[in-house]
Design a protein around this ligand. Structure first.
Ligand SMILES: NC(=O)c1ccc[n+]([C@@H]2O[C@H](COP(=O)([O-])OP(=O)(O)OC[C@H]3O[C@@H](n4cnc5c(N)ncnc54)[C@H](O)[C@@H]3O)[C@@H](O)[C@H]2O)c1
Length: 436
C-alpha cells in the first residue's frame, strides 16, 4: 500500500455513507462500508444500488473489483481494520424539532467496545453543535478510558443527484479537528482532491453545515416571498431572480420560486438549527420566518388549484414528479408527497408519475394510481400538478397532454413552462410569481 493510502471505515451505507465510501475507495484508500440493513447489504454485494445516483453503480463495481471497497455488517471488523472511522448514519428530526442522535450514539458506543489502537472518529452525519463532545464522552466512558482516539467533524455538502461529482470535486472540504495527529490523518485522506480545505475547531465545523443549509433554505423562502409580491403587482419572479442572480454577491442558485424546499436535509436541518439556537438562549426569528414561508407555499398551491378547478373534491389530479428534486429517487420529506396527502385530504383522486421514484412511491404512498408515464397520468385527469422539475416534463408534447386531459388545467409549482406559450396552447396555466 502506498504511504498516502489509508484504511477507513464508513458506518451507514445511505446517500452520504455509500457515496463517501465509494469515492474514498476511488481515491485509492481501502474502505469497509457498514450498514445494519441486511437487505441493503445483500443487494450491494450483488451490485444492486439502494439509491438512484448518477455514476455510482459503475464506481461501486470498479472499486469492489479492485478490493478497495468492502461491504460488511460488522462495525467491529470495519473499525478494527481502520485508522479513520466515519459516522454517516441518519439523524432524523424529533417531534420537538431537535435531531434524533440515537443512531450516532449507538454507533459511537459500538466503536468504543472494539477500539484496538489510535483512531480518528469522524462525525459526517449532520448534527447539532457540540455533538462531538457527546461522542467523545460515550467512547471514553464505554472504553473505560482505555481508548486512544480523537474525534473530528467533517460535514458533508453533497447534493443528491450530483453526489459522486460533488464528493470528488467539492467546493471545499471542512475539517473540524482539535489535535494535529487527527488533522494530519484527515488531510492525508483527502490529499488527492484539489479544493480549499478549511480546518476549524470541531464545533465550528458542526455549525458550518447547519448554517449552510439554513442559508440556502433562506434564499428559497426569500424568493418565494418576492414571488408573492410579483403576483400582486404583475411582475415576473423568474426575471427578478435572473436580475438578482447576475450580481456575484447574490448568485442565481437557490433563487427558484415554487413549491418550496423539502427532502431529507433542509427542513430537518432548519428545525435543528432553530432548536439548538433556542436551547442556547437565542430566538432565531429569521429562520422561523423561513420555515413559515416554506410551509405556506403548499397552501398557495391548493388555492391556485381551487381557483382553476373550483371544487377539488372528486377531481382527478395528475401529479408529475414525486422525488424532492430531479435526478434522485428520494421521496423523504418531498413536498410532492406532502401535496399528494393534502389533496387526498381535500377529496381529490391522485394519479402520479416520476421518472425515478416509482419504486419508493409504491412503498411510501397510499391510494395513489401510479402511472407508466406523464401522458398516462394526464389521461382523463382534471388537472396536472407539476411538482418536480425533471427535464422529461419540460419536453412533453403539450398538445398531446391537452388532448388527454379532461380539463386543460396545469398548476406548475416549479415554473417549468412559458406562461405565454401555455396561454397560446389554450391551457389554464397557473405558476408561481409570474403574475398568474
Ligand atoms: N442525503 C443527503 O443529501 C445529505 C447531505 C449531507 C448530509 N446528510 C446527512 O448525512 C446523514 C446521513 O444521511 P443519509 O441521507 O445518507 O441517510 P440514509 O438514511 O440514506 O442513510 C443512513 C444509513 O445508516 C444506516 N444505519 C443506521 N443506523 C446504523 C447502525 N447502527 N449501524 C450501521 N448502519 C446504520 C441505515 O441503515 C442507512 O442505510 C444525515 O445526518 C444527513 O442529514 C445527508
Amino acid at each position: 500500500m502506498k504511504e498516502t493510502m489509508q484504511r477507513a471505515a464508513v458506518i451507514g451505507a445511505g446517500y452520504v455513507g455509500l457515496v463517501t465510501a465509494t469515492c474514498l475507495a476511488e481515491l485509492g484508500h481501502t474502505i469497509i462500508c457498514v450498514d445494519n440493513d441486511k437487505r441493503k447489504l445483500e443487494n450491494l454485494k450483488k451490485g444492486i444500488m439502494p439509491i438512484y445516483e448518477p455514476g455510482l453503480e459503475e464506481l461501486v463495481a470498479r472499486n469492489r473489483k479492485a478490493r478497495r471497497l468492502i461491504f460488511s455488517s460488522s462495525i467491529k471488523e470495519a473499525a478494527q481494520h481502520s485508522e479513520v472511522v466515519f459516522i454517516c448514519v441518519n439523524t432524523p428530526p424529533l417531534p420537538n424539532g431537535g435531531a434524533d442522535l440515537s443512531a450516532v450514539e449507538g454507533v459511537a458506543a459500538e466503536i468504543a467496545e472494539v477500539m484496538n489502537g489510535y483512531k480518528v472518529i469522524v462525525g459526517k452525519s449532520t448534527v447539532p453543535a457540540e455533538t462531538h463532545k457527546r461522542i467523545q464522552e460515550t467512547i471514553e466512558r464505554i472504553s473505560k478510558g482505555k481508548a486512544d482516539f480523537d474525534v473530528a467533524s467533517n460535514p458533508e455538502f453533497l447534493r443528491e443527484g450530483h453526489a459522486v461529482s460533488d464528493t470528488l470535486h467539492p467546493d471545499r472540504i471542512v475539517i473540524g479537528v482539535e489535535s494535529s495527529r487527527a488533522e494530519k490523518m484527515m488531510r492525508r485522506l483527502y490529499r488527492p482532491i484539489k479544493c480549499p480545505v478549511l480546518v476549524t475547531n470541531i464545533t465550528t465545523a458542526e455549525i458550518i453545515k447547519h448554517a449552510c443549509n439554513s442559508f440556502l433554505s433562506t434564499k428559497i423562502s426569500f424568493i418565494n416571498a418576492v414571488a408573492a409580491i410579483c403576483e400582486r403587482v404583475g411582475a415576473d419572479v423568474e426575471m427578478v431572480a435572473e436580475g438578482m442572480g447576475y450580481d456575484k454577491r447574490i448568485g442565481r442558485q437557490f433563487l427558484n420560486a415554487g413549491a418550496g424546499f423539502g427532502g431529507n436535509c433542509f427542513p430537518k436541518d432548519l428545525d435543528a438549527f432553530i432548536y439548538i439556537a433556542e436551547s442556547k438562549g437565542y430566538n432565531f426569528e429569521l429562520l422561523k420566518a423561513v420555515r413559515k414561508i416554506n410551509h405556506d407555499q403548499k397552501k398557495l398551491l391548493i388555492k391556485k388549484m381551487q381557483d382553476a378547478l373550483w371544487i377539488i373534491k372528486g377531481k382527478t389530479v395528475a401529479v408529475l414528479g414525486l422525488s424532492f428534486k430531479p435526478l434522485t429517487d428520494d421521496i423523504r420529506n418531498s413536498i410532492a408527497v406532502e401535496m399528494v396527502k393534502l389533496l387526498q385530504g381535500e377529496g381529490a383522486l391522485i394519479k402520479a408519475y416520476d421518472p425515478q421514484a416509482m419504486e419508493k412511491a409504491k412503498q411510501g404512498l397510499k391510494g395513489v394510481k401510479l402511472c407508466k408515464d406523464a401522458y398516462d397520468a394526464a389521461r382523463n385527469s382534471d388537472c396536472i400538478l407539476v411538482m418536480t422539475e425533471w427535464d422529461e416534463f419540460k419536453k412533453l408534447d403539450l398538445k398531446k397532454v391537452k388532448n388527454l386531459l379532461r380539463q386543460p388545467v396545469i398548476i406548475d409549482s416549479r415554473n417549468i413552462y412559458d406562461p405565454q406559450k401555455m396561454k397560446d396552447l389554450g391551457f389554464i396555466y397557473k405558476c408561481v410569481g409570474r403574475g398568474a
